[in-house]
Design a protein around this ligand. Structure first.
Ligand code: KIV
Length: 300
């Protein structure tokens, strides 16, 4: 097994490289694939509100939902560092509330770090969480949890005043103990300035090439999510088209009777289905991990 990616290693990547490749994940199967492909960091993002739950924004996502998906992703992850997004209203109220929520995410969500949106106004919150031994990843620029205040998902930091504020936020987050900072939806030149002015790695999404790493939503980079297609998304595969084509093939074969063929059927002359003990398939009422039944009718 490849060595587990840790917070100290991610910090060191800023100086020594290689760049950090982070992706979101929401379930064990996807996590297993992204981990096998060498993703350094898996984030259970509150983007799950949009790409998993089909909502318009991330605001309704709850701590319980993040933890549920965290446990699933943790089961599929061996090497990658696992980060959980602190959902809207799980950290804003006070430093103590932020610490309580972060603690629950570590205990109930199996996370190794938490991420929260915002800068200077949450410095004390970051300090409290870090003080309890929980690594914090910051998130600046386009903040999806502030979608209504921003008037939509808009590029931030375009003028000098907001660029300066963002630079200050980044320095304050570093000073409060954040070990990395996500920069979302800002001009490439601003992310270069931020990256050069902090000692912790920056991880960009829609922030150009100068960051110390990049992050994409897994369904975006796999070409599976078409509701929104931001300019910064590069599709590394077109799995959405592949899924639709596979489904058409399945429907056609079920309707024509071509599936299942003898190859996908169990032998034997008895016309009635055999009991579960004989086929090895688990009864659906049984407690425990889901099973799709045996791959063949050979005795196991
Ligand atoms: O929720 C999310 O997926 C995120 C990443 C896009 C950085 O915050």
């Amino acid at each position: 097994m490849n060595k587990k990616v840790t917070v100290p290693e991610l910090r060191a990547r800023k100086r020594c490289g290689p760049k950090i490749a982070m992706l979101t994940a929401y379930d064990a199967t996807m996590a297993r694939l992204l981990d096998a492909g060498g993703g350094d960091v898996l984030l259970v993002g509150d983007s799950l509100g949009m790409v998993v739950q089909g909502r318009e924004n991330t605001l309704p996502v709850t701590l319980e939902e993040i933890c549920y998906h965290g446990r699933a992703v943790a089961r599929g992850t061996r090497r990658a560092h696992l980060v959980g997004d602190m959902p809207f209203m799980s950290f804003q109220l006070s430093a103590l509330h932020a610490l309580e929520s972060a603690g629950r995410m570590m205990k109930e969500g199996c996370f190794e770090a938490v991420k929260l949106e915002g800068g200077e106004q949450y410095a004390e919150h970051v300090r409290a969480i870090v003080g309890a031994g929980i690594p914090v990843m910051g998130h600046l620029g386009l903040l999806p949890q502030s979608v209504h205040a921003m008037g939509g998902f808009r590029v931030q930091g375009r003028d000098e005043v907001s660029a300066e504020r963002l630079l200050r936020d980044a320095r304050v987050l570093e000073e409060a103990g954040a070990y990395a900072i996500v920069l979302e939806g800002i001009p490439a030149e601003l992310s270069r300035r931020v990256t050069e002015s902090v000692g912790v790695p920056t991880i960009g999404i829609g922030a150009g090439p100068h960051c110390d790493g990049q992050v994409l939503v897994c369904y975006d980079f796999l070409g599976m999510y078409s509701e929104v297609r931001p300019k910064f998304v590069k599709r590394f595969a077109e799995l959405g088209d592949a899924v639709v084509a596979a489904t058409r093939g399945y429907v056609a074969e079920v309707q024509s009777g071509a599936f299942p063929s003898a190859e996908h059927s169990f032998g034997g002359s008895a016309p009635k289905p055999r009991p579960a003990e004989e086929t090895g398939a688990r009864p659906v009422v049984e407690e425990g991990p889901a099973s799709y039944g045996p791959a063949s009718d050979e005795p196991s």
